[in-house]
Design a protein around this ligand. Structure first.
Ligand code: IPD
Ligand code: CA
Ligand code: CA
Length: 273
């Protein structure tokens, strides 16, 4: 029996919730204040608040679980490629572009995985005071109320969401998929926070979401929310999902096949995956 088979350690879920709320309060306090903004790429920003949020989260988790791996977007543990055993996967501020513009749609995302399988997922939107949380096998909740994916079973009735890469030269596939779904769904949204995009599928606010490329910190928590709310998560071609891969297709399950068919046809036409 590996350490993963007995689930998350006692207290891990409650700690993730408390830490997400603490970091979220910082995000809420600092939004629309003067930020120190640096560029990681032409349009890829990082602010002093991303870093301050990460420092709070990492300190709390290290204190409680010094033996666990921690990987967070702004640098913590990125050199540790290991996936075995318990590992925390953190996006201290998902939606940095929104945040830097004072656009109130961003979140803290904290997941605990074991051998690549998410066991705990918490996403906190401090603007709306919405706490999305899930523990493997125990369902998903929003502020304590159980969540379920939508019942929409036709793409033409579906509201979808997606995102686009920061590398502008890599947008051909995303643009082609946007065009394809825009012509075949009820609507497509670009919210600017992958973690919240996934939680909105879990909450039945949207019916499907796809994106590539993504990082584990963008999706680890949200993927568990979708699964625990009764939805389906795969790679873009419908294959098994891996939070350490670079993509996700998350739906209510009912429109999954229709979406994979459109994705396959669109990417085949571009001769890309
Ligand atoms: C980004 C957001 C965005 C998604 C990008 C992510 P960040 O994360 O989630 O919605 O389209 O792929 O990188 O940089 O704001 O943490
Ligand atoms: Ca992110
Ligand atoms: Ca981030």
């Amino acid at each position: 029996m590996t350490q993963c088979s007995s689930g998350a350690p006692l207290g891990a879920f409650d700690l993730a919730v408390a830490v997400a709320r603490e970091a979220g309060a910082l995000l809420r306090d600092r939004v629309s204040t003067e930020l120190i903004v640096a560029h990681k790429g032409t349009i890829d920003l990082v602010t002093d608040v991303d870093r301050a949020s990460e420092a709070i989260i990492v300190a709390r988790l290290r204190d409680a679980y010094p033996e666990h791996r921690i990987v967070a977007e702004e640098g913590t543990g990125k050199e540790a490629a290991k996936r075995d055993g318990f590992g925390w996967v953190i996006d201290p501020l998902d939606g940095t572009t929104n945040y830097a513009h004072g656009y109130p749609h961003f979140a803290v995302s904290i997941a605990l995985e074991c051998d690549g399988v998410p066991l705990v997922g918490v996403v906190y939107d401090p603007t709306r005071d919405e706490l999305f949380a899930a523990e493997r096998g125990r369902g998903a909740t929003l502020n304590g109320t159980p969540l379920h994916v939508s019942q929409t079973d036709l793409l033409i009735h579906a509201l979808l969401a997606t995102g686009f890469p920061y590398d502008l030269s890599q947008r051909q596939a995303s643009d082609a998929l946007w065009l394809a779904f825009n012509g075949q769904a009820q609507g497509v949204r670009r919210g600017g926070s992958a973690a919240l995009d996934l939680c909105y599928v879990a909450a039945g606010r949207t019916d499907g979401y796809w994106e590539r490329p993504l990082n584990a910190w963008d999706m680890a928590a949200g993927v568990l929310l979708v699964i625990e709310a009764g939805g389906k998560v795969t790679s873009l071609n419908g294959g098994p999902h891996d939070i350490h891969d670079d993509q996700a297709l998350a739906t209510n399950g009912r429109i999954h096949r229709e979406m994979t068919e459109i994705i396959r046809a669109t990417l085949d036409a571009l001769q890309t995956r």
